[in-house]
Design a protein around this ligand. Structure first.
Ligand SMILES: C[S@@+](CC[C@H](N)C(=O)[O-])C[C@H]1O[C@@H](n2cnc3c(N)ncnc32)[C@H](O)[C@@H]1O
Length: 208
């Protein structure tokens, strides 16, 4: 899975991760297989997904499985937390609930399936800064990965929406994602989307 593979690229140099909403446990499995981590916490708030993780990680020694809501029982030695495959609203709700626990964490790796702008706003409001951003495409779906560490950042509305790093780089995947989104908006033929259409055209340097 390209998405999970890409997420593991942001773990080093840290060795202890907590995967919040681990479900199948593939991220932890891959991180161990790549020799990236020494210890992991597989956390999910539902028994079925956590059982999936237990099954898929049965050959791995240093994994603790926690049936828990978000960061409620986050162990203090956690260096990196990962939240992936959820919407931005759920991700930020989970982080807000236990925001004080982020003080002992070195890095937060987030892949929100939608509403990434909420993640960026959360970071700005809680003295976190974006150290990496990347868009990947898997089976025609675009995923945005946002990596946060402690530090201040100030974002303008465009950076909140498109991502400060992504907007600066405007790599091929960024152009592909927003060109596709532009076509979807234009196709809808509603003037309610005029502002969004103009914004994307400006960002992509389109000339009408
Ligand atoms: C769509 S799956 C994503 C699985 C995996 N992280 C991935 O990226 O493929 C979302 C998982 O988050 C779990 N989840 C949702 N809300 C949660 C919460 N508040 N605390 C812990 N886990 C949660 C769900 O039970 C589910 O297993």
């Amino acid at each position: 899975m390209k998405r999970i593979e890409e997420l593991t690229n942001y773990i080093a140099p840290f060795k202890i991760i907590a995967d919040i909403g681990c479900d199948h446990g593939y991220l932890i499995k891959l991180a161990f297989d790549k020799g990236l981590i020494e210890k992991a916490y597989a956390i999910d708030n539902k028994i079925g997904p956590l059982d999936n993780a237990k099954k898929n990680l049965s050959d791995y020694q240093n994994v603790t499985f926690l049936l828990s809501d978000g960061l409620d029982d986050l162990p203090l030695d956690t260096e990196v937390i990962v939240l992936s495959g959820m919407g931005g609203a759920l991700v930020t709700k989970i982080l807000e609930k236990n925001v004080h626990k982020l003080e002992s964490v070195n890095r937060i790796i987030i892949e929100a399936n939608r509403n990434s702008e909420l993640v960026r706003k959360f970071g700005e409001e809680h003295s976190l800064t974006i150290v990496s951003e990347k868009i990947i495409e898997e089976e025609d779906i675009f995923y945005e990965i946002i990596v946060l560490e402690k530090g201040k950042m100030q974002l303008n509305p465009l950076e909140i929406k498109f991502g400060p790093v992504l907007l600066k780089d405007k790599d091929d995947m960024f152009i592909k994602k927003w060109t596709k989104q532009l076509a979807i908006y234009i196709d809808k033929k509603t003037n309610k989307l005029d502002k969004e259409i103009k914004e994307i055209k400006d960002v992509l340097n389109y000339e009408d």
